[in-house]
Design a protein around this ligand. Structure first.
Ligand code: MN
Ligand code: MN
Length: 320
């Protein structure tokens, strides 16, 4: 990681009319690196860690794939009527180096790296990595903002206790976060949950931890607007964290992920939900579980890049 030097004007992405979009810097959306700007409001950071994976590995290559998939993102967001890269200074902080052979050491490295960023920027967007990284993200966010609400898009609950005896995996971050009191009580919601479970107790255990569940099948009856009313009611006017596991999308929209489940959201539905987070006090976010070795034609990487773009558009709003 690199840090900014001193104060000055907003510097946007490399101009697509001067440098073709397939050329130019390898940063997210061709934005400046953090060490190239004089101040920074929002930092994007790669977290290439996937040692907490239970099924298909490979999300350590997610940050590079999402950056590659982001090259075509243009500065004006018509769906939100915003220019996120010009209203505030956004920069790419590079990757956090984390130990691939020691999960708890890696978690400490991610927590420290994000805490350092949050010392000088107002929000961080992490590009995972597997979902284990949400725990150190929430620790760092808690250090800066105190306990937060959680809006978690995922096919899975990620509130198991342990897996093969291991407490820190991509299936356990949100139970650990509740135990560590990183989250506000009764302000957490999972969106897009589906697929077979080990037992019905997976659901009752999750409810006992204080989470509400929006199932993927709820979208059979109602559209994103009604789901967003539920999310807004649940979260209210408190600082909140957004965690997006790309497997919330149907494998047709995101084949390149660690634990795919049929029957998921379309990318259009997910992007509508993210845009609808306007008005909530989003303080930081992640997009995780992109494992590009299973991708075709960059389908998943491009979807993840658009997820990141909509999250940055919300983070860039002056509502914090
Ligand atoms: Mn998942
Ligand atoms: Mn997950």
């Amino acid at each position: 990681m690199t840090m900014p030097s001193d104060a000055g004007e907003v510097r946007g992405p490399a101009d697509g009319l001067a440098i073709p979009r397939f050329a130019g810097p390898p940063t997210f959306a061709r934005l400046p690196r953090l060490d190239e700007v004089t101040r920074c409001d929002l930092a994007i950071v790669g977290v290439p860690f996937d040692s907490g994976t239970t099924y298909r590995p490979g999300a350590r290559f997610g940050p590079a794939a999402i950056r590659q998939g982001s090259k075509l993102l243009r500065p004006y967001n018509p769906a939100q009527d915003t220019t996120p890269f010009h209203s505030v200074q956004v920069a790419d902080a590079g990757d956090i180096a984390c130990n691939p052979f020691h999960i708890q050491e890696a978690i400490g490295q991610i927590d420290a790296g994000v805490q350092a960023l949050l010392g000088s920027v107002r929000g961080v967007l992490a590009l995972g990595g597997d979902h284990t990284i949400a725990l150190p993200m929430l620790r760092a966010v808690h250090h800066r903002f105190g306990p937060v609400a959680l809006v978690h898009f995922d096919a899975h609950l990620d509130t198991w206790d342990t897996y093969f005896g291991a407490p820190y995996t991509h299936g356990t971050p949100f139970r650990r976060a509740v135990e560590e009191r990183l989250l506000l009580e009764d302000r957490g919601v999972h969106v897009g949950v589906r697929g077979p479970l080990y037992a019905a107790t997976d659901l009752t255990d999750d409810r006992a931890l204080g989470f509400e569940i929006v199932r993927a099948t709820d979208f059979d009856q109602v559209g994103p607007a009604v789901i967003l009313e539920r999310i807004h009611r649940r979260v209210g006017d408190v600082p909140m964290y957004v965690s997006v596991d790309i497997d919330v999308l149907d494998p047709a929209h995101a084949p390149a992920t660690g634990t795919p489940e049929a029957g998921g959201l379309t990318s259009r539905e997910l992007l509508a939900l993210l845009r609808g987070l306007r008005g909530l006090r989003v303080v930081s976010a992640d997009i995780v579980e992109v494992a590009p070795a299973y991708d075709h034609a960059e389908i998943t990487a491009i979807a993840a890049a658009h997820v990141a773009y909509e999250l940055l558009s919300v983070l860039a709003l002056p509502n914090l």
